[in-house]
Structures are given as structure tokens and as C-alpha cells.
Design a protein around this ligand. Structure first.
Ligand SMILES: *[C@@H]1O[C@H](CO)[C@@H](O)[C@H](O)[C@H]1NC(C)=O
Ligand SMILES: *[C@@H]1O[C@H](CO)[C@@H](O)[C@H](O)[C@H]1NC(C)=O
Ligand SMILES: *[C@@H]1O[C@H](CO)[C@@H](O)[C@H](O)[C@H]1NC(C)=O
Ligand SMILES: *[C@@H]1O[C@H](CO)[C@@H](O)[C@H](O)[C@H]1NC(C)=O
Ligand SMILES: *[C@@H]1O[C@H](CO)[C@@H](O)[C@H](O)[C@H]1NC(C)=O
Ligand SMILES: *[C@@H]1O[C@H](CO)[C@@H](O)[C@H](O)[C@H]1NC(C)=O
Length: 408
């Protein structure tokens, strides 16, 4: 039974196969089997496009390529349109391939391959031409900007098709711009703008416009480095925390500002610096080689650029030699900068001590609670073995109850 079924199945599949082969053969021999086959082509502007049309079974019927304007380009191997960019690559009964060199955006469209059977059979192939974006340009920034200015950076790229994508980076971090796409002929002009108020943090920052497109393996990039001018800010740093007589003291007038404020002017108590050999001024630095009580006073440095003037002060208090050290240092109170660390340190110590106290207090309380609890089961400690311990403990409990009764 099983063998019989098997045999029928084999016969059946064999028959099916024979019919299938015969079917395709008869189809191929008839004009229905003659069909032009093409493929869509995508090329970058300026490159060469190969347009291929194939017919697998052809009884010597002519092939023809025509352009989107329905003009015949090649009829078999015969050139029909005078365009030196269009050349024949291969012409046979099975294939008609032509080449269009230096492709422009206007070459884009539907090309038709026709096979002159009765009736004529046609196939369309779409030629897509990619427009390569131009190198991006950043406009809208005139160096230098002043702090507080609102500026608009615009990045423009022309000639892309499809429209290119623009991305902005502030140093290496991506920022969002607003993009507008404008059609110019067959290609696109893409603009992306960033608007922001500049401050001193923007000085020296690089804004990069990156253009991405299908026709580019690596994006095109253009960078604009901002230059922002801002008013100076000065600070005096000092080499001693507790200046004492006879010591060496160096004060430095640290300035930031763009342009860098120059020169730095030093003064003492609103007047000129005393003309003594121990005091040396070299630009931003003022050094007193051997401190003396007479050096007491307010030292001031001042500097300006075209955006403004700034100054900083330092109150010098010279302590006696071998001074054990003051409980309060007026310099620490009057100065900013490095003394913040000192205050921070003091705060940290106070917090630490407070924490220690809390922990110690907490432990002390916990331990007392613990001893109080163990008193209840004190019978366990005196007992020679576990049973007696339980009895003892119970006994204590009974005592407690007795006490209770007694109290009531
Ligand atoms: C077009 O055909 C030519 C010749 O057959 C070949 O050298 C070239 O690489 C082809 N170009 C493309 C884009 O396929
Ligand atoms: C097709 O053309 C070739 C010569 O190019 C010829 O030998 C052949 O007989 C032709 N076939 C048909 C079916 O017309
Ligand atoms: C060829 O391109 C046209 C137009 O873009 C599209 O409609 C069609 O589906 C494409 N054909 C193939 C085989 O990709
Ligand atoms: C393109 O953009 C500009 C400004 O962004 C606008 O004035 C113009 O109308 C747009 N269209 C064309 C076709 O240029
Ligand atoms: C400080 O200066 C005064 C007056 O110039 C001088 O008499 C004194 O010796 C100086 N003290 C020291 C420690 O140099
Ligand atoms: C320096 O200043 C301290 C504190 O103000 C003061 O006690 C001392 O007399 C001053 N010395 C001089 C020479 O002015």
C-alpha cells in the first residue's frame, strides 16, 4: 500500500515537472516571452550612467532606448540623438546598453527601453541623479563679538539633491539649529541657523557645521572659532597667609579679559607705591623682599581694556616676627579665592566633629538601653546551666509580678 502511494507521488511530480518545462519553453518561443528588462540607475552628478536593457529570448527584434523627453537615443546600434555624452556600450539581440557621461541633474527621469514586437513592449528605467552639496559656509559672525551680543551663525550649502542634512556642533557637542530648505532649480539650498547671546565662555569656542548627504562618504565640515571680547576681571593672589616681619611676600594681579588688560597699575592706600628697594614691581607682580610693619596698607592693582576697567585690593597686615599666629586673619576675611579653601576646611572639620558627637552619643544611649535589657535576664548569667537559667529567669519574672502586686 505504502509503496503504491509512493510510486503515484513520484509519477505525479515527474509529470508536473515535464509540464512546467514545456510550459516555459512554449512561453519563451512565443512573443509573450520576449520582454525587455531594465534596472533603475542612481548616479552622482558628473558621473557616468550605464543604461542596460536585456531581452533573454529574442527572435531578432530591434531594441531602442529613449530619453524622458521621448526622444530616441539609440535604435539598435544606430545613434539617433546628437549628444556627444551619449555613447553605445553594447548592442546585440539580447542587450542594448548605452552610456551617458557627465550626467547633469536635468538628465534625471524615466528612460524607456522598447522592443519592437507586435505590439511594442516597453520598460521604464528611472535615472536618479544625486546633486553633490557644496562646501558649507558659515556667515553672520564678524570677529570679534562683544560680550552680550546676540549673534546668528548661518551655515549654507547649495546644490544638493535630495536636500542635504546640516548638523551643528559646539566644540564636540551637538546643538540644535533651525533649518530651512529652499529649492533652487532642481537642487536645494539648505540653511541652518543658530542664534545665541555670547558671553566670555564662548571666547575660543569652535562652532562646526557638518553637511551630510548620500553622495558623500564623509560629511563636509566648516568651523568658525568665536572670538569674544569682554571687560577685565582682576584678582590678587598672595604667597603668604600670615605675613610676618622680615618675610618675602609676592602679590600677583591675576587678570582675565579679552583683549588681555595691560598694563597693570599698582598703588598703595590710594597713592603711589613707596620708593623703597625692598619693593619690586614687575608688571603683574609686586614683591616685597623683607616685610616691615611700615608696609601695612591696602594694595591695589588696576587694569583696563577697551571694554572697561577693573581693580582688586589686598590689605596687608604685617605681624611681628615670631608672632604665634592670630586667631583671626584679616587677610583671610578680606580676600577671595584661595581663602575659600580655608573656610571650607573649617566647615568640614565642624561637620565632622558634629557627626562624631552624634555617633558617640547614639552608641552611648544604645549601650545603656542594652544593659537595661540584660538586667531583666540577669538570672541567666548567674545560672550554672540552661535549665536553671530559665528557672531563674522565670523566677525573676515572678518576682517582678510579685513586686507589681505589691505595688498595687
Ligand atoms: C559603465 O560601463 C562601463 C563599461 O562597461 C564600465 O567601465 C563602468 O564601470 C560602468 N559604470 C557604472 C557606473 O556602472
Ligand atoms: C537572427 O539573426 C541572425 C543573424 O544576426 C540569424 O543568423 C538568425 O537566423 C536570425 N534569427 C531569427 C529567428 O530571425
Ligand atoms: C524605479 O524608480 C521608480 C521611480 O522612482 C519607482 O517607481 C520604481 O518602483 C523603481 N523600480 C524599481 C525596480 O526599483
Ligand atoms: C529661499 O529663502 C529665502 C530666505 O531664506 C527666501 O527669501 C526665499 O523666498 C526662498 N525661496 C526661494 C525660491 O529663493
Ligand atoms: C622697618 O623699617 C623701619 C623704617 O624704615 C626700620 O627702622 C626698621 O629697622 C625696619 N624693620 C625691619 C625689621 O627691617
Ligand atoms: C600695622 O598695622 C597694625 C594693625 O592695624 C598696627 O597695629 C601697626 O601699628 C601698624 N604698623 C604701622 C607701622 O603702621
Amino acid at each position: 500500500m505504502i509503496v503504491k502511494q509512493h510510486l503515484i507521488f513520484i509519477l505525479y511530480s515527474l509529470c508536473a515537472h515535464v509540464f512546467k518545462v514545456a510550459g516555459t519553453k512554449s512561453k519563451a518561443k512565443g512573443s509573450q516571452g520576449q520582454f525587455p528588462i531594465t534596472q533603475n540607475v542612481t548616479v552622482v552628478e558628473g558621473a557616468t550612467a550605464n543604461m542596460t536593457c536585456r531581452v533573454d529570448y529574442n527572435d531578432n527584434t530591434s531594441l531602442q532606448w529613449s530619453n524622458p523627453a521621448q526622444q530616441t537615443l539609440f535604435f539598435g546600434d544606430k545613434k539617433a540623438l546628437r549628444d556627444h555624452r551619449i555613447e553605445l556600450v553594447r548592442a546585440s539581440w539580447q542587450e542594448l546598453t548605452i552610456r551617458i557621461s557627465d550626467v547633469s541633474l536635468s538628465d534625471e527621469g524615466q528612460y524607456t527601453c522598447s522592443l519592437f514586437t507586435m505590439p511594442v513592449k516597453t520598460t521604464k528605467a528611472f535615472l536618479t541623479v544625486l546633486g553633490v552639496p557644496g562646501r558649507p559656509e558659515i556667515t553672520g559672525f564678524t570677529k570679534p563679538a562683544m560680550e552680550g551680543d546676540v549673534i546668528t551663525l548661518t551655515c549654507t550649502t547649495t546644490g544638493s539633491k535630495p536636500a542635504a542634512n546640516i548638523r551643528w556642533f559646539r566644540n564636540d557637542k551637538e546643538v540644535q539649529g533651525s533649518t530651512k530648505v529652499n529649492a533652487t532649480g532642481k537642487s536645494f539650498t539648505v540653511r541652518s541657523s543658530l542664534q545665541f547671546q555670547v558671553d566670555r565662555q564662548d571666547d575660543g569656542v569652535a562652532y562646526t557645521c557638518s553637511v551630510e548627504h548620500v553622495s558623500l562618504t564623509n560629511p563636509y565640515m566648516t568651523t568658525e572659532v568665536l572670538e569674544v571680547h569682554y571687560a577685565p576681571h582682576l584678582e590678587i593672589t598672595h604667597s603668604l597667609i600670615i605675613p610676618q616681619e622680615g618675610q618675602y611676600l609676592k602679590l600677583e594681579c591675576v587678570s582675565i579679559g579679552n583683549p588681555i588688560p595691560e598694563p597693570v597699575l599698582w598703588s598703595k592706600d590710594g597713592g603711589e607705591l613707596p620708593d623703597i628697594e625692598r619693593m619690586i614691581v614687575e608688571g603683574r607682580e609686586l614683591t616685597i623682599t623683607t616685610l616691615n610693619k611700615t608696609d601695612n596698607g591696602t594694595y591695589r592693582c588696576e587694569a583696563s581694556n577697551h571694554l572697561g576697567t577693573s581693580s582688586a585690593e589686598y590689605i596687608l597686615f604685617v605681624y611681628a616676627k615670631d608672632f604665634p599666629g592670630p586667631t583671626t586673619d584679616p587677610n583671610a576675611l578680606g580676600q577671595h579665592g584661595p581663602d575659600h579653601a580655608l573656610i571650607g576646611g573649617v566647615v568640614a572639620v565642624v561637620v565632622f566633629i558634629t557627626l562624631c558627637l552624634i555617633i558617640v552619643l547614639g552608641r552611648y544611649l544604645a549601650r545603656h538601653k542594652g544593659t537595661y535589657l540584660t538586667h531583666e535576664a540577669k538570672g541567666a548569667e548567674d545560672a550554672p546551666d540552661a535549665d536553671t537559667a530559665i528557672i531563674n529567669a522565670e523566677g525573676n519574672h515572678v518576682h517582678a509580678e510579685e513586686k507589681k502586686e505589691y505595688f498595687i
